[in-house]
Ligand binder design. Structure first.
Ligand code: NIG
Ligand code: FE
Length: 416
């Protein structure tokens, strides 16, 4: 047994009431000006004002002591939405977009997601692993300690299984907690272009059963979008996934208001993601059902779109989470500090709201709320030392990472 005491830190953290935080509570964070965390074998045993934490301890009880003077200590980021398992970047497509080409138009012409599918199908599992590992370790350096990664560039049973094996391996071979999501419904593959309903049948009859049999996906996600999967198709796929024991997520109303947010509420999905175009009525339905809105400001930034109405969502009572959406097409970044800055400066979230969104609510969005996302007794000692006086530094010191040190289960795993 190893006991570590982290002392002399300005600690800022949400406190976990057992569920995600919404409405006015979205901004609820605790501050300990001169705080301490005691952890035992990587699990938090005590947290609070230093004098209170130390009162119950004799020096003999502590094996390692770390002085955190000058740093602000916050929970490790949870990035609840990424597509960082891919084989090749799409820099040429980015240049085309900067010259005016539309994201969905590129996909319609067989590029976009479909070009990533060709690259992943052509890559070996080892190549795919090494690229994914690189992105995951970059995320770790930027302070992400729990990471969701979606499949969805295979679009056939064999390649999707291979992606999920790679994602699982990233979790086993890095300090990160990795949550795998099956996104076989990311696009209709070229071989089914003339018969998209047959691909939906394949997803339901072959892919979901094969994946659930191996137990390597915690969630199932669908890209519910005009020209991709309709609300009806998405409903069929998600119902099948639920029956197979997976949690539900949905890429909803990213470009058009198709009703994906309403479907998420109807199915009481864990989360609905993107939501740039979601209607007020469907946002209210999400709030009522406690569906977490995972917002991806990096995507609006990259696609030069209007940001999701984060303020309105908080005001309507939707629990809001933040994620990078890290992928080669619409948001190529592993940086939660960058996303945090966009949320504060361009979406008008307060620093407290953004912190809850990037930690506790994000943890609930990936079914990990009981283990990570806040610095509460019994949770994993996953935290960051920021080179600043408060979490505002994440937005204020733009274009760089103020994350000085990253701790996972009480161990130093990255320094900058
Ligand atoms: O979340 N919207 C669909 N999927 C991703 C983009 C994936 C890609 O372009 O490769 C997204 O934005
Ligand atoms: Fe996405």
């Amino acid at each position: 047994m190893i006991r570590k005491l982290f002392r002399n830190a300005h600690i800022v953290t949400p406190s976990d009431p057992g569920t995600s935080l919404a409405g006015k509570r979205q901004a609820e964070v605790r501050h300990f000006k001169k705080g301490a965390i005691l952890c035992r074998d990587g699990v938090i045993e005590a947290i609070g004002d230093e004098k209170n934490v130390e009162a119950s301890l004799s020096p003999r009880d502590v094996d390692v002591e770390v002085d955190c003077a000058g740093f602000c200590l916050i929970p490790g980021f949870v990035d609840p939405h990424t597509h960082m398992c891919f084989a090749k970047r799409r820099e040429e497509e980015f240049i085309l977009r900067m010259q005016g080409a539309e994201y969905l138009e590129i996909l319609r012409r067989g590029g976009g997601i479909l070009s990533s599918v060709r690259a992943v199908r052509a890559a070996s599992e080892e190549e795919l692993f090494s690229v994914t590992l690189e992105h995951a370790l970059s995320a770790l350096e930027f302070g992400t300690t729990t990471l969701e990664i979606k499949s969805g560039y295979g679009l056939d049973t064999e390649t999707e299984l291979s992606m999920l094996r790679v994602i699982d391996r990233v979790g086993r071979e890095t300090p990160l907690d990795v949550v795998p999501t099956f996104l076989g419904a990311h696009a209709v593959p070229e071989e089914f272009a003339q018969s998209p309903d047959n691909y939906v049948d394949l997803l339901i009859q072959e892919m979901i059963p094969a994946i659930s049999e191996q137990g390597i996906a915690r969630f199932c996600d669908v890209f519910c979008e005009k020209g991709v999967f309709s609300v009806d198709q998405s409903r069929r796929i998600l119902n099948a996934a639920r029956q197979a024991g997976m949690g539900l997520k949905i890429h909803a109303d990213e470009v058009y208001d198709l009703g994906g947010a309403g479907l998420a509420a109807e199915l009481r999905a864990t989360s609905a993601e993107h939501l740039l175009a979601a209607s007020d009525e469907n946002l209210r339905a999400m709030a009522k059902q406690g569906v977490i809105g995972v917002l991806l400001p990096g995507t609006a930034y990259f696609l030069r779109k209007t940001y999701a109405p984060a303020r309105k969502m908080v005001d309507l009572g939707v629990p809001v989470a933040l994620a990078t959406d890290c992928n080669p097409g619409s948001s190529y970044t592993e940086s939660m500090p960058f996303v945090f800055g966009l949320a504060v400066l361009n979406m008008n979230l307060s620093v407290g709201e953004a912190l809850v969104a990037a930690t506790l609510n994000a943890a609930y969005a990936v079914g990990m709320g009981k283990e990570v996302g806040s610095l509460d007794v019994g949770k994993s000692a996953d935290f960051l030392l920021l080179d600043g006086d408060s979490p505002a530094i994440l937005a204020y010191h733009a274009g760089v990472s103020p994350v000085a040190e990253v701790y996972k289960r009480g161990e130093l795993v990255a320094t900058n």
